[in-house]
Design a protein around this ligand. Sequence first.
Ligand code: SF4
Ligand code: FE
Length: 486
Amino acid sequence: MMTKDQYIESLRKLKMNVYYMGEKIENPVDHPMIRPSLNSVAMTYELAEKPEYQEVMTAISNLTGKRINRFCHLHQSTEDLVNKVKMQRLCGQKTSACFQRCVGMDAFNAIYSTTFEIDQKYGTEYHKRFVEYLKYVQDNDLTIDGAMTDPKGDRSLSPSKQADPDMYLHIVEIRPDGIVVRGAKAHQTGAVNSHEHLIMPTQAMKEEDKAYAVSFAVPTDAEGITMIYGRQSCDTRKLEEYHDMDLGNSTFGGHEALVIFDNVFIPNDRVFMCQEYDFAGMLVERFSGYHRQSYGGCKVGVGDVLIGAAALAAEYNGAAKASHIKDKLIEMNHLNETLYACGIACSAEGCKTAAGNYQIDLLLANVCKQNVTRLPYEIARLAEDIAGGLMVTMPSEADLRSKEVGHYVEKYLRGVANVSTENRMRILRLIENLTLGTAAVGYRTESMHGAGSPQAQRIMISRQCDMESKKQLAKTIAHIDESQNK
Ligand code: SF4
Ligand code: FE
């Protein structure tokens, strides 16, 4: 396994084509806008090095028999699925941000089982290729950007009916030695901090869309790839002199990028689906199922930090003993643990796929994510309630440090006498970071739209809930005699 420092050095060797605010970033690894998000991925390496986290952060590979980082693992049991969620909660607690590496892990597990079934039907060799690829990933402990979401253009039109055929990533040429692809993947979590992209189709496809049914792996610095780093609320605070305090969380972050593929060549050994449109839906369903499980871990870990911050804010304000504050903190914990319960439940109810790795219970994973589209918003609302309005009106760290006005900030922003003004400001900035700042991308909007927007889960819930058997239960209890119906 790589150490944290080896991971950082390995990224330095890549010659990625990255843009931010209209400018090419020559050294993404050390760029102040990007580094906090890289630090979050680095935490997945750092924790795996610690003996006390070995069980949750590492696993024994079924492919090589070696100990590997769990982020590279194919789940071999429901216990593995449960440990995955525990690992994500831990990483969320340690970074208070999106640590990005889960998209690759979820893609590995979905592609592993789907390629097995494609090969069974078509006699192709995608599974064998993918196993070889995954051994390479595991042996080198790589971070992989699992990439599913296309820009999608006009949502009422299928991929092949779009005015611009590139609105969905597609195959433009099939050669004897590989394929050429063009298009883009949007909202790509961790793209700039990853060694490779692992591409999947974004939705179920019909025959007319078969050029869009494509899955492959490609290094992030391959020719023809451009990554445009996304903006986040309050992001340029990272460039300010006093960014440490005013960011709330200056060490860690998460990020997404728009990744463009401009006629990129993919050799055959890295192609895992090529026009098998009837399997696109299966791959999407499995990847999104795994990633909906993931949110029952990562968002809970970040929620733990937010709850802790709200409790501290209450103490620093002198409000900790008020019964309504205590009750709000209990409610925040109740909501957060409800999400965790969903993450654990869909894992415990998992089952073995035909390929042999374990998959979550799809209904419960979708229920998990549906709750994640709601409960973090209520947790954030309660945190803002407890924090008080000062969270959004207080002066900057530069004012606190000012020779002219610093003493006023120090004097008038103090809460209880035994806590420094600076510490009170720090905890309020952390709550601001999670509810309105850079981390709000991960904690709020990503809770809504990441791993699929709420309606996507409702469609899956309607498909998986087996309504007919429930109607039959009611008929039996009520002694319904259908022969009486006209
Ligand atoms: Fe992992 Fe959560 Fe980020 Fe997805 S949103 S990559 S599950 S930390
Ligand atoms: Fe996500």
